[in-house]
Design a protein around this ligand. Structure first.
Ligand SMILES: [Zn+2]
Length: 421
């Protein structure tokens, strides 16, 4: 695998070791090794879209146990520019985060630009029916063709173009330990015909990404190895998902296949475990699997059980900035009037900095007074809550208590929520 004379194949600094299997299924624990440290899986990857987890110091993220951060290629390409991040020494050094980093390819962001609601994309009118309905009445800010995507910047309205090659080049400049292949992200509203064409396009792009990755790795042999993950699409269709996973797993350029795989695209919450399971079943066991974008605590259990090793989630910080806080007894909003005189911690079971030092009444006051510290303290708590939850799930796989832990955690989390909301 290694060889100083042949840097393009020097992947020794990236590896994945599966450890304990969850029953007879696809779930497992493991360790991903990167040039910037190890990630014990399953692991939650905190989101720092623009090279910052909003409102908190990177030191706080390390203190609360975050293992890795994910930034976004699209946002950093537009601002401050991939060249600036490269000059800084890569995204990790730029934001003073010494641990492992991920960047996503920008595919989802460029394709979801400016349209009315989440995961709904504007696209060329070569489709029929639903594919046209999706974009009706919306300014088309992104246009997909077989070569790439042309899009309008959300910052200044200028036109840009992403191709598989440019996305990989940008991600090499950004310097994260783990990068993702550029893919077309569709929605559940697209027709079956469109999904088929889209999966074929994503596969063709995957090969181009691998080729560009090979080229960049060779040209930039003085830098730490960056791993590239292929992304499995196929929406809710079992045959498309399985085929896409098999095809991606078989792709290689100069004898090198993807270092891991992402599971992307539109997933209905109730099918999340099923879809991850189809894909995980088809992917090689010795490669890590990352689920792109996930939201609530029950999703973590479902994804891990179905074989996801890592997943990124923007919810803990996003909802925190709206004063929504996780507790073992469900989510609540600390800006509610009921919290005004509550001098207990956010969650008495939590070991975070916020819970150790502050009360709900104080957080209530900060949010009411629109003080910035409210977002900081709330984000620290929520990020810690999710990190700790995923740590506990990992431990439960190691001790053989996964099912009991799942029943206990979700029973309490949702029972209390039903009772109080
Ligand atoms: Zn806390």
């Amino acid at each position: 695998m290694t060889g100083h004379g042949s840097p393009s194949t020097d992947t020794s600094s990236f590896s994945f070791t599966p450890l304990v299997r969850l029953g007879s299924g696809l779930g497992r624990t493991g360790v991903i090794s990167t040039p910037h440290g190890c990630i014990k899986t399953p692991a939650f990857v905190a989101v720092g879209t623009k090279a910052t987890v909003k409102a908190v110091l990177p030191e706080s993220m390390a203190e609360l146990g975050a293992q890795a951060l994910l930034a976004n290629a699209y946002h950093l390409y537009l601002q401050p520019g991939a060249d600036i991040v490269e000059l800084a020494g890569g995204v990790g050094r730029f934001m003073n985060w010494p641990g492992p980093t991920f960047t996503d390819s920008g595919g989802y962001q460029v394709l979801s630009l400016g349209v009315g609601f989440k995961k709904v994309l504007a696209m060329r009118t070569d489709g029929l029916g639903d594919d046209d309905v999706i974009a009706a009445g919306k300014a088309r800010l992104a246009h997909v063709d077989d070569d790439g995507v042309t899009f309008t910047s959300h910052l200044d309205g200028r036109k840009h173009r992403f191709t598989p090659e440019s996305s990989v080049r940008i991600q090499h400049q950004l310097g994260a330990d783990i990068m993702f292949a550029f893919d077309e992200c569709t929605t559940l509203m697209n027709t079956r015909g469109y999904q088929e064409r889209s999966v074929a396009r994503t596969q063709a792009w995957a090969l181009r990404c691998l080729a560009e990755h090979h080229k960049q790795t060779k040209a930039r042999a003085d830098r730490p190895y960056q791993a590239l993950f292929g992304v499995v699409q196929g929406a809710q269709y079992e045959d498309l998902r399985r085929q896409a996973a098999r095809d991606l797993a078989s792709l290689s350029v100069a004898g090198r296949s993807f270092d891991g795989y992402g599971i992307g695209g539109a997933l209905e919450k109730e099918n999340l475990g099923t879809i991850v399971g189809w894909v995980a079943h088809e992917l090689p066991e010795d490669k890590p699997r990352h689920l792109l974008g996930i939201s609530e605590p029950d999703d973590f259990f479902a994804a891990i059980q179905a074989g996801a090793d890592t997943f990124d989630c923007v919810s803990p910080s996003r909802v925190a900035r709206n004063a929504a806080l996780y507790t073992r007894d469900g989510r609540f909003n600390v800006s509610n009037a009921s919290q005004r005189r509550n001098f207990t911690p956010v969650d008495p079971d939590c070991d975070c900095y916020t819970c150790a030092n502050y009360t709900r009444a104080y957080l209530h006051h900060l949010f009411k007074a629109r003080e910035m510290l409210g977002c900081t303290l709330a984000t620290i708590h929520n990020e810690r809550f999710i990190v700790r939850l995923v740590d506990s799930i990992r431990a439960s796989i190691e001790t053989g208590d996964f099912e009991a832990h799942q029943a206990d955690f979700l029973g309490r989390y949702y029972a209390a929520k039903r009772g109080t909301s």
